[in-house]
Design a protein around this ligand. Structure first.
Ligand code: BG6
Length: 465
């Protein structure tokens, strides 16, 4: 069976500045650069972001490869730590300005739409040490200064802007579950950080609407959605799934698209004494500056059951998972390497949720992907990685996405994480995701079988299931 996708569908892939460029010529260190300096053993094989996949030096060749595999759009991010010299004043770093100018021009010259995101977990570490990072509303103002510089410098060529990648991962990783520096465990701070990031996004959108002169341009945010399915139809499991969905998905979806946080979530957080500090003026800014377009990162769902310990007997400070447990559903299909469940049908559920509950806003799959280790196992005689498992993974997700689109959801594109294998936070280079492989010793890049496959798909705007 063949299915056509809508006209001008985005076939592409996503990366980020901190994971692809390397640290060359950067003015400041971000939280990951710093964490690697002080605790290299926290990173797989002690490989840090110093070289990453060398995009700073090899972007011309890399973009040529992206063109060769037929991508019509690619997302990356501008690093705050590279573009800005003086973080307080928001003054520009000349080399940073030049670099992003050249990258954008190179994408355009190759017929690839550059999609720009402004924050991909890469807070300048000074702002954490001085102000507590996203805990601080001063940092919100500094981010807006940085965002304004980006809009002014590149708004003549960039039509698709995004403020944040996966705010929930910043909250989870930096403030709850310790997988991002500064590895704080503090539920109250986590709630404030979620709010402050939403405020920063709304304020950046407000600034964009003042600065932007191009009627074609639009701005949005990128949310990692993890539909949370209850373990049973019993009311305790349903309540657990309801809270997980409120916290993990609806919090940022409602605020970004409808302009207000969900009332139900606010009552939980108020009752528990962890509600954010907000002013009426800030809430009005969030209300007035909703997004034009949504990016959805989808990797895996959550299976959720009632919490095993009663919330009142929890000895620790507030944690969102006092309301739910992760549940290992028997028989679920797992990606053994990454430890995530594979459940493509969730993409259909997301499409229908956006159609029915979020005004059928324009959206695209901004990341989806399969992390696989030791891919050299799949090298063929010609030196190409035969990643049939990745082709199958993408196909299955596109099948359910196509069904959502047929039923009226306004999805305009699909981006894989990632075009070229890049550095993956704590995983470093263990799990590979790209259409193109990177040899981290020689920096030689080679197209995988999935790269040739996506080329055909993009050319025909059609997928065979
Ligand atoms: C997404 C992020 O959550 O997952 C990427 O936006 C990240 O930055 C990707 O690399 C894959 O996860 P990981 O932990 O394997 O790098």
């Amino acid at each position: 069976m063949k299915t056509k996708f809508p006209k001008d569908f985005w076939w592409g892939a996503a990366t980020s500045g901190p994971q692809s460029e390397g640290r060359f010529n950067k003015q400041h260190a971000n939280v990951f650069d710093y964490w690697y300096e002080v605790e290299p053993e926290a990173f797989y094989n002690q490989v840090g972001p110093d070289t990453a996949s060398n995009f700073y030096n090899s972007f011309k060749e890399d973009i040529r490869l992206m063109k060769e595999i037929g991508l019509n759009s690619v997302r990356t991010s501008i690093q705050w730590t590279r573009l800005i010299d003086n973080l307080e004043e928001g003054t520009l770093n000349e080399d940073g300005v030049r670099f992003y100018n050249e990258v954008i021009d190179e994408f355009l010259a190759n017929g690839i739409r550059p999609v720009i995101n402004l924050h991909h977990f890469d807070l300048p570490v000074e702002l954490y040490h001085k102000y507590g990072g996203w805990e601080s509303k001063h940092v919100v103002e500094l981010f807006v200064k940085f965002a304004k510089q980006c809009f002014t410098l590149y708004g003549d060529r960039i039509t698709d802007w995004f403020t944040f990648n996966e705010p929930m991962v910043i909250v989870d990783g930096q403030y709850l579950y310790q997988f991002h520096y500064p590895k704080v465990v503090d539920g109250k701070k986590a709630v404030q950080v979620a709010y402050n990031i939403q405020l920063a996004s709304a304020k950046a959108i407000q600034a964009f609407r003042k600065i932007n002169k191009n009627k074609e341009s639009r701005i949005g945010t990128i949310l990692n959605l993890t539909p949370s399915y209850p373990a049973s139809a019993e009311k305790e499991d349903l309540a657990a799934a309801e809270f997980a969905n409120l916290w993990l998905n609806q919090m940022f979806l409602d605020a970004s698209i409808n302009g207000a946080f969900p009332e139900k979530l606010i009552s939980y957080l108020t009752r528990d004494g962890v509600i954010w500090e907000a002013t009426a003026e800030e809430l009005a800014i969030i209300q007035a500056n909703t997004i034009d377009v949504l990016g959805v990162n989808f990797y895996h769902p959550h299976r959720v059951s009632r919490p095993s310990v009663s919330s009142d007997s929890l000895a620790v400070d507030w944690m969102p998972n006092k309301y739910y447990d992760e549940y290992d559903m028997p028989g679920r299909r797992m990606n053994v390497d990454k430890g995530w469940e594979i459940y493509p049908q969730a993409l259909y559920d997301i499409a229908i949720n956006i159609r029915d509950n979020y005004g059928n806003i324009d959206w695209f799959v901004s990341e989806n992907g399969m992390g696989v280790s030791r891919e050299e196992r799949y090298l063929n005689k010609e030196g190409m990685i035969e990643d049939d498992y990745r082709i199958q993974f993408i196909q299955e997700h596109l099948y359910w996405l196509a069904k959502g689109i047929e039923e009226g959801s306004n999805c305009f594109g699909y981006h894989l994480w990632t075009p070229i294998d890049c550095w993956s936070w704590g995983n470093a280079y263990r799990n590979r995701y790209g259409f193109i492989s990177t040899n981290i010793h020689t920096q030689v890049k080679t197209i995988k079988k999935s790269g040739y496959w996506i080329k055909q798909v993009a050319l025909e705007n059609e997928v065979t299931f």
